[in-house]
Design a protein around this ligand. Structure first.
Ligand code: ADP
Length: 313
């Protein structure tokens, strides 16, 4: 039968900038909950192009991992909008936990959440998929406390470009310097930078580098971590939007002591892991697998068990 017929939409559970989300279930099994995300496809993409979108997103269905949201199905609806049938994740997202001042959490909880994030990212990269939009609001939580990487940027490229721009505003704080400089070839290192920004934000409970514009974001990154130069990042000056800083205003690259001072709760080993995720030169940044091999995961405290993690009220 038609994929569209396999699911029943129950009620609307949320609306984002470019999609409406419903809870639904498998027609033959009312107990099997799913989330149906209907993407508002830009008019230009309609008339058949939604079918291309379906094909493009289909391979995400193969990406099965406990820390990556399951994509059960993709279809284009009668009105040519794109619908994704996703694993239903009722536990909210990491942004809600960070912002809720009634929720108290510590470094063992952060270690558990970051571990799940790092494993999800590792699995994507292992399968040649970049997420490209990692931020606390895209890290959804399952009923059992498991953190799952959601909202792959791919689907969004078919949404309305105007919505797209407003969406980028939210994403800017997690964007790595190579993208801010307009690099057109990039790697898994973009996701590792974003992962570092999430780590920092979990520790201090506010976004670590929160620029008001792309230019402001770049200068705040320079102020915080140091100014990229040909010496510390060979090739950076050739990137399209790179602006040279005069010698008087150069900020030296920050070392271990900076990360230890800024993030005391991480401890020296945690600060070292964070520093390795925040290397300006993407080639010097840790890869996801290097992050997972870091000593921080094995030293005390042990990561909190899922059932003991703080959850949304
Ligand atoms: P945004 O990223 O702007 O929050 P989304 O379109 O991704 O927007 O989602 C809108 C809302 O729908 C979310 O805030 C969340 O409450 C809900 N939602 C999204 N995906 C799921 C899911 N897989 N399971 C349960 N609820 C979801």
């Amino acid at each position: 039968i038609d994929v569209r017929e396999r699911y029943v939409k129950d009620k609307k559970v949320g609306e984002g900038t470019y999609a409406v989300v419903y809870v639904g279930h498998l027609r033959h099994d009312p107990s099997s909950l799913v989330a149906i995300k209907k993407i508002k496809v830009n008019a230009e993409y309609k008339d058949g192009l939604a079918m291309d979108a379906v094909r493009e997103v289909k391979y995400l269905q193969e990406l099965k991992h406990p820390n990556v949201i399951a994509l059960h199905d993709v279809f284009s609806s009668k009105d040519q909008n794109l619908s994704l049938v996703l694993e239903f994740l009722p536990g909210g997202d990491l942004e809600m936990l960070i912002k809720d001042s009634d929720i108290h959490y510590g470094v063992a909880d952060i270690k558990a959440w970051m571990g799940m994030l790092a494993r999800g990212v590792w699995w994507c990269h292992e399968n040649f998929v970049l997420h490209r939009d990692i931020k606390p609001n895209n890290l959804l939580i399952a009923a059992d406390g498991e953190v799952k990487l959601a909202d792959f940027g791919l689907a969004r490229s078919f949404a309305d470009p105007l919505f797209n721009m407003t969406h980028q505003v939210i994403t800017r704080w997690y964007r790595p310097p190579e993208l801010l400089y307009g690099a057109r070839q990039y790697s898994g290192a973009v996701d590792v930078w974003s992962m570092g920004m999430v780590f920092a934000e979990l520790l201090i409970r506010v976004p670590f580098v929160a620029g008001n514009t792309d230019l402001d974001q770049t200068s705040k990154i320079c102020e915080a971590f140091g100014t990229p130069t040909e010496e510390n990042w060979p090739g950076v000056s050739k990137l399209p939007y790179y602006i040279a800083t005069d010698k008087a205003h150069l900020v030296p690259l920050q070392g271990r002591d900076f990360f230890m001072r800024q993030f005391p709760t991480a401890g020296p080993v945690g600060a070292d892991l964070l520093m390795s995720m925040c290397a300006l030169d993407p080639r010097k940044r840790s890869t996801a697998v290097q992050c997972l091999r870091h000593n921080w995961w094995t030293i005390e405290p042990r990561p909190t068990k899922n059932e003991d993690l703080p959850r949304k009220s």
